[in-house]
Design a protein around this ligand. Structure first.
Ligand code: AMP
Ligand code: MG
Length: 195
């Protein structure tokens, strides 16, 4: 079902279900990070290997403090500058972030997506959303609600319609080693901008 009904999406997510969400990069397949059922459903539906960690989506910088232990000065500067936006930062996680989300790593990848519909959704929820791209593992990331419906057919979760994704390219991922930023994946935010 393709729908613009944010309240319906909240109901589904509160009950361990999945919702495909629009972002400025691509559509994501989202579930409550604290629900073991929801996280398992993401991996199962995508046929994603469990060793591939998920990016956690939050609605405000304040929520970052619930998830990560300490925030390097450079990470704070980048968050102020580029969030909401296509920058994912990998930081030391707190215990509360489930190992299934991070594939057993002691770090967690986090970002604030820049899409009005998903920002509103994230700000109304009591929990962050784990969301990889809403496609089957290995296939092209969807940039329209219809692409998501085509991928999952009868198994499709609710798709929150946010129109076409502006960028169509995944987020840039950076980590921090000895407090210096390290590029993990080049995406729609350029290295020049980050530097
Ligand atoms: P995506 O497939 O766009 O959802 O992005 C997920 C990718 O983010 C993974 O394949 C990893 O490359 C990266 N990632 C997520 N969590 C971590 C982490 N804790 N440490 C390093 N890379 C991560
Ligand atoms: Mg992907």
């Amino acid at each position: 079902m393709i729908s613009k009904d944010i309240d319906k999406a909240i109901q589904i997510l509160n009950l361990d279900g999945l919702v495909a969400i629009p972002t400025e990069t691509v559509y994501g397949l989202a579930g409550n990070i604290y629900s073991a059922t929801a996280v398992k459903r993401i991996f199962d539906l995508k046929q994603r290997p469990s060793y591939n960690p998920l990016i956690v989506h939050i609605g405000s910088i304040e929520q970052l403090h619930d998830l990560v232990q300490d925030i390097p000065e450079k990470a704070k500067i980048l968050a102020d500058k580029f969030w909401p936006g296509p920058l994912t930062m990998v930081l030391k996680k707190k215990e509360i972030v489930p190992d299934t989300v991070t594939a057993g790593k002691d770090t967690v990848a986090v970002r604030i997506p820049n899409h009005p519909v998903t920002l509103e959704l994230l700000q109304l929820l009591d929990f962050p959303l784990a969301a990889p791209s809403a496609n089957l593992f290995g296939l092209i990331s969807p940039t329209q609600a219809e692409h998501v419906a085509d991928y999952f057919k009868d198994d499709s979760p609710m798709i929150l319609d946010g129109g076409n994704c502006q960028n169509g390219i995944e987020s840039t991922i950076i980590g921090f080693e000895n407090n210096e930023a390290v590029l993990y994946r080049l995406g729609s935010l350029s290295v020049e901008d980050i530097e």
